[in-house]
Write a protein that binds this ligand. Structure first.
Ligand code: NAP
Length: 344
């Protein structure tokens, strides 16, 4: 039972990968390659994986300025385009980092990502987190940015107006949110001129977020799911003793055993069957090919989907502690768990 045994061919025809249709009718491939090399994979390794993944049939790439590798990935995009894949066959996302929420910074930050990625436009640009709080790379969990603040809707909307302006300028085709909650999204949907096309959120069999998932779908927002395999390579600061691994869950392991695939394959099949767009990270050619094959495979059965729905453990892996804004808080305060925006 390993991924290599599934890899009967070295690529997947991109036409066999399901598409998500956004509210304006655009089609987004229902799986993308994640590019956050965490603290242990070099930019060159990720850029090399982008090249290999495009050859394997990936057409969707999830980038961000804070991942520190857009310039290297840009060289890969240039090679991919020179190799004959048209720009309109690719779906490329980038994200506005937390220290660039100020109105004056949004356009220049987007232009910087475009220059690094060697592109004229992005298919999707996300506000990475709803807080302007940031942290130095590789910091530990207790680190806080000076002047950290809670979610302030008026500030977020000032940033969002600039995001809308990027669409008007033709620099980005779609804009979206990331790491949002229902109470925050309600306000954004009330006040936005251009509504978020997607919401990027943590989604895997042990963290299914059914309420938020159903809310975004009901509002015509596509859910993109990060950490679809349970992020086994995530930084130390994002680990706690209570965390669980979906790839070790007996239900996932048993379905994988019956189908003679790796449990990661089932995590991806579950995500695509459910209707979200997983963005698994990998620099291993066997693994990223297997993930693409999982996305293009037959959906899981209704019975398998019922079994997996029952193993949700509400186990958030990316807790975001470094974005808290005052002493004495817990990471739950970032996620509005009481159903309203956590008071300042
Ligand atoms: N919006 C946000 O705030 C946010 C937050 C976190 C992540 N993200 C995005 O989501 C992407 C994915 O999240 P993630 O990287 O944390 O977690 P993930 O995709 O769940 O896990 C990636 C890990 O799984 C391993 N893996 C991948 N495919 C595998 C397979 N078929 N079999 C066995 N192992 C496999 C990879 O190792 P190998 O390299 O050895 O295959 C890597 O260590 C990120 O890269 C980033 O683009 C966004």
């Amino acid at each position: 039972m390993n991924n290599a045994s599934q890899a009967h061919s070295s690529s997947v025809d991109p036409r066999d990968v399901p598409k998500r249709i956004l509210s304006d009718g655009s089609a987004m491939p229902a799986i993308g390659l994640g590019t956050f090399g965490s603290d242990h994979v070099t930019p060159a390794q990720v850029a090399n994986a982008v090249l290999g993944a495009a050859a394997a049939g990936y057409r969707h790439f999830d980038c961000a300025s804070v991942y520190g590798n857009e310039a290297e990935i840009g060289a890969s995009f240039q090679a991919i385009l020179q190799g004959g894949i048209r720009r309109d066959q690719l779906w490329i996302t980038s994200k506005l980092w937390n220290d660039k929420h100020r109105e004056d910074d949004v356009v220049s930050s987007c232009r910087k990502s475009l220059a690094d990625l060697r592109l004229d436009y992005l298919d999707l640009y996300l506000v990475h987190w709803p807080f302007p709080n940031f942290h130095p790379p590789g910091c530990d969990v207790t680190s806080r940015s000076a002047g950290a603040v809670p979610y302030i809707h008026e500030s977020y909307m000032r940033t969002w107006r600039k995001m809308e302006g990027l669409v008007d300028l033709g620099l980005v085709r779609h804009i979206g949110t990331s790491n949002m909650t229902i109470p925050k999204l309600k306000l954004v949907l009330r006040d936005a001129r251009i509504k978020p096309a997607v919401n990027e959120m943590e989604l895997h069999p042990h963290f299914q977020q059914p309420e938020l998932f159903n809310y975004v779908v009901a509002n015509g927002i596509q859910p993109i799911g990060y950490c679809p395999i349970g992020s086994p390579g995530r930084p130390e600061r994002d680990r706690t003793p209570d965390d669980t691994a979906p790839t070790e869950d007996p239900v996932i392991v048993e379905i994988a055993r019956r189908r003679s695939v790796h449990p990661a394959f089932i995590c991806i099949q579950w995500a695509v069957t459910r209707g979200q767009t997983p963005i698994p990270f990998s620099v291993n050619p066997h693994n990223y090919l297997a993930n693409l094959q999982a996305a293009a495979a037959e959906p899981l059965t209704a019975d398998e989907m019922r079994q997996i729905a029952a193993i949700d453990r509400n186990c958030r892996l990316i807790k975001g502690q470094v974005f808290l804004w005052k002493d004495g808080q817990t990471w739950e305060d970032l996620w509005d768990v009481a159903g309203e925006i956590t008071p300042p």
